[in-house]
Design a protein around this ligand. Structure first.
Ligand SMILES: Cc1ncc(COP(=O)(O)O)c(C=O)c1O
Length: 360
């Protein structure tokens, strides 16, 4: 097999090697069943054990209270941009959105199709290089939506935004879920596509407070109601069984690392050393404001697009892949999700030093 290289991709992204090795074993036969994980019936005992273990580990790691459902859906985070307002934004009511990047903008566009949207804050005037300090909320929002980590712009909320009491807080946590402990009780709904910190693409995790499930109109298409997934344990139809299986393995791996507090410590160390290098570099600089920097996606530039391109090419040659930044920011983006090894950050800093020496 070819040697694995350092994969800085923003998603789908690197998974823990131990997870991939265990999955490889179970592709042909799940345990001693003689049937591969992807070939088991979703109604059978063997798969049910996988499904239940994934949910139990999810609850244990994040300390999810009993009055929340843990749901496994398909359609990615993008379907949640639609499902959230379809279920929670009644006609005539208003939802408040914190607009901190392209993904929040897409969420707003979908919500506008269902009801009124109030923009509580935006950092668009600064090309989303910061998390706004202040929000202005509407009178009685149906919910407040924010994107905890802005994958494209390399910014992240340091903590949950302060919102009016009693209003459900909804979060797109696609690119920083399980990167640190989550005070779940502060939220009404958390959603995340799995393909960055939790597993492969094709499965979306939704954690929703039970009373909110009942807000969804029953006239909605059956697969568009949270109720359908909640009532049938995410087994109304065939769920993304393989994705849920891998998610369960990732949860097991996180638990073995010491849980979310330990994962956060490592994430802080990894991102910390890269930001320290950027702050001391005479060639490279981070694009996000210091107090808004993401631990998951570190975005940086030289200030010269041609030089950026040269650096990305040099890094690729050295076995560091996926560093090209999103076109709306340019430059470089190093995605340092949970499974990304610390040695990969050292390797990146090494190549940056070499490049700096060549371009004094
Ligand atoms: C923060 C955020 N939200 C939403 C999405 C869209 O996710 P999906 O492709 O699962 O619909 C992404 C994808 O990168 C993302 O980073």
């Amino acid at each position: 097999m070819a040697e694995r290289i350092y994969n800085f991709s923003a998603g789908p992204a690197v998974l823990p090697v131990e997870v991939l090795q265990e999955a490889r074993e179970n592709l042909l036969s799940l345990g001693t069943s003689g049937i591969g994980i992807m070939e088991h019936s979703h109604r059978g005992k063997a798969y049910m054990a996988v499904h239940e273990e994934a949910e139990a580990l999810c609850r244990e790691l994040a300390g999810i209270p009993g009055d929340y459902h843990v749901l496994f859906l398909q359609g990615g985070a993008s379907l949640q941009f639609s499902m959230v307002p379809m279920n929670l934004l009644g006609a005539g009511s208003t939802a408040d959105y914190l607009v901190t990047g392209a993904w929040s903008q897409k969420a707003v566009a979908e919500a506008c199709k269902c009801g009124n949207v109030h923009i509580a804050c935006t950092s668009e005037d600064r090309n989303f290089c910061c998390i706004p300090k202040e929000c202005k909320f509407s009178e009685r929002p149906a919910y407040v939506h924010f994107t905890s980590n802005n994958t494209i712009f390399g910014t992240e909320f340091a903590a949950e935004p302060e919102i009016p009491r009693g209003v459900p807080l909804v979060c797109d946590a696609s690119s920083d879920i399980f990167s640190r402990p989550i005070p779940v009780a502060k939220y009404g709904l958390i959603y995340a596509g799995a393909q960055k910190n939790l597993g492969p693409s094709g499965v979306t995790l939704v954690v929703i407070r039970k009373d909110l499930v009942e807000r969804g109109p029953k006239e909605l298409g059956i697969m568009l109601q949270y109720r359908t997934y909640a009532e049938d344990h995410s087994l109304y139809n065939t769920p993304p069984t393989f994705g849920i299986y891998i998610m369960g393995l990732v949860f097991k791996w996180i638990k073995k690392q010491g849980g979310l507090p330990a994962i956060e410590r490592v994430n802080r160390e990894k991102a910390g050393k890269l930001y320290r290098h950027l702050d001391s570099s005479r060639l490279f600089r981070a694009t996000a404001d210091r107090d808004s920097r993401s631990l998951m996606n570190v975005t940086f530039v030289t200030g010269d697009a041609a030089l950026d391109e040269k650096f990305v090419a040099m890094a690729k040659k050295a076995g560091l892949d996926g560093l090209k930044g999103h076109r709306s920011v340019g430059g470089m983006r190093a995605s340092l999700y949970n499974a990304f090894p610390s040695a990969g950050v050292d390797a990146l800093i090494g190549v940056m030093r070499e490049f700096e020496a060549q371009h004094r």
